[in-house]
Design a protein around this ligand. Sequence first.
Ligand code: ADP
Ligand code: MG
Length: 694
Amino acid sequence: MATQLNGLETDVQYLKGVGPRRAQLLRKLGIRTIRDLLLYMPRGYEDVSAIVPLASVRRGDRAVVAGQVVNIERLISRSGKQIVLILIGDSTGFLILKWFDFTQVADRFRPGQTIVCAGKVTEFNGRLQMVHPQIIAVDREAPSEPYLPIYSLTQDLRMQELRRIVRTALERYSHLLEETLPLWLRQKYGFPTVDQAVRELHFPPHPDVGERARRRFAYEELLLLQIAFAIQHYRMHRAARAPVIRVTEKIDYRIRRLFPFQLTEGQNRAIEDIVADLQSGRPMNRLVQGDVGSGKTVVATYALLAAIANHYQAALMAPTEVLARQHWGTLERYLAHSRVRRALLIGSRSPSERQEILEGIKAGEIDLVVGTHAIIQEDVLFRRLGVVVIDEQHKFGVRQRALIREKAPGNLEPHYLVMTATPIPRTLTLTVFGDLDVSIIRDLPPGRQPVTTEVVPPEKVDEVYEFVRQKIREGRQAYVICPLVEESDDLEGVAAAEQLQPELALEVFRDVRVGLVHGRMREEEKERTMEAFRAGDLDILVATSVVEVGVDVPNATVMVVLNATRFGLAQLHQLRGRIARGSHPGFCFLVAKPGSQVAAERLKVIASTTDGFRIAEEDLRLRGPGEFFGLRQHGLPELRFANLARDQELIQAARKDAFALVERDPQLRHPDLRQLRDQLLKKFGDRIELASVG
Ligand code: ADP
Ligand code: MG
């Protein structure tokens, strides 16, 4: 490979001054090659431009100082800790540098040497000191750079060493980095060349210059990602073909009359988008976002029925059997008087039932199939698949689409509609679902009951249970949510569903029926419990966050969340959505110790608003994108430089540029774009279909 020749892919081990031992440490930081090393982003910069005289350091300052080693001393503290004290001095005064349990440091220095170091100044027994200071230079004049990079480190790798290694790599290799961004794009944003940028990233003359370098690299990675999306989007809108599904006035009327209510403004707008897609002859590729209860299922039903009215088949896939059954139940209600031939395809079907359904689908005798996401993995063949609705799937990638395409014969691709009830901040939508068109339903159907949310300290949980008892007496049902399935030694005091259920059933709520559901139960068992709860045979459901997505029991109006700070905001919002579904007002109690500032701030957000999009933005800001999606499959791309909470404008800019580029030159053939194309194939080659474009 050409890249191999230029040396950037060389194992860092072979860089001068690294060797096998340090290479192993670097690997822990994700640095394997010289390229990784060059692109290892500093966390920040240390201002070493202002070395202050020792006499002027003050307790509480962060300071950079320089002094000669006067004395080195090893001690054992009363608690048995090994301590190294190094006294340094300059012409104005003295300072103690102190290390705990790190005696090797004593061997690194000799009296008479000059140390430049940085750290926070503290006071001990009336004397000023720095504990575990950062050594910047030894026995040399102060470094020539005014700012030094601060890297995330791993044990046994010192900041000074990593700086030296990066410096060596910059000297020898930075000129080899490919210039991915064409000149006109660099000029548009005032970005430096890649060579200059990588130097300024590590050793900027000023932090603002370092930030500009970071932005260049962030833009670059975002641009690549957005080009991958743009190509996918282009393919769907220009190259691929899909059945033309016409929605005449008559069809529209026949579908709408199945719903016992007027659609909301937001539902109508989403349907307008969908209808335009369906009639276009190109595959719809759309995400419908809307808060819990905003009526997405109704919108999806519209799309399914439009296909069926045009004599195409339609499929609805949900992430779990519980949800598949629930959708089935909903559709059964809407379709009670219709002639739509339909089947629920789930694991618990007997082999012969299953065989019959599969044959019906293949023969085109079944119009509508509801099932889990497993539908696409199985041996299901459709005769004329027109629309596929995917509920709550955060990642529905090219590979899954290819699978579906295979299920539909001919060269027509079905229309895709993805629904998610997790309101997702725009920047995340653009980075995870960037190839999809988006419709957002912002309003809720009228007449929704409000949910009152209250943060309660653990010692008041009995009062909350008393309230629950009261509501149960009035005929309502309640959820009690625990973070854990099973008690854990590592997480003392965190509620676990398996232990709490008997406790509530046998002690707290002896007079009521308490069920249990969690993610580690078998599917049938889960389903049986959910069914009992839905039917009113259980009053309280002790659960983990498995009830987070989509479960619909309108009579359940009270929710108690234990150890509420252990849940993400978006997750709490989802959970709370479970109790806003009926004709009675909801009550949500978040039980939490008033802990850290951030935790308190988060709970305050959730208690003060029910706007899912606002909550999502806050969640992203407070916890970052990885945590935002939690453990769910999300397809979040790896971004080293871009920050999804802060780089909103950059993301928008990169997206605009990417779509314009692909519009003009879908295969990126222009010589200016060669490097961009190479990088793109390297990074997303398995995910995009560059060849099928244009
Ligand atoms: P989502 O899937 O977005 O959570 P659903 O489609 O399941 O929302 O709708 C939630 C509830 O609201 C359902 O009981 C549904 O019948 C009802 N609903 C949906 N749209 C409307 C509407 N326009 N007017 C009144 N009720 C509606
Ligand atoms: Mg729903």
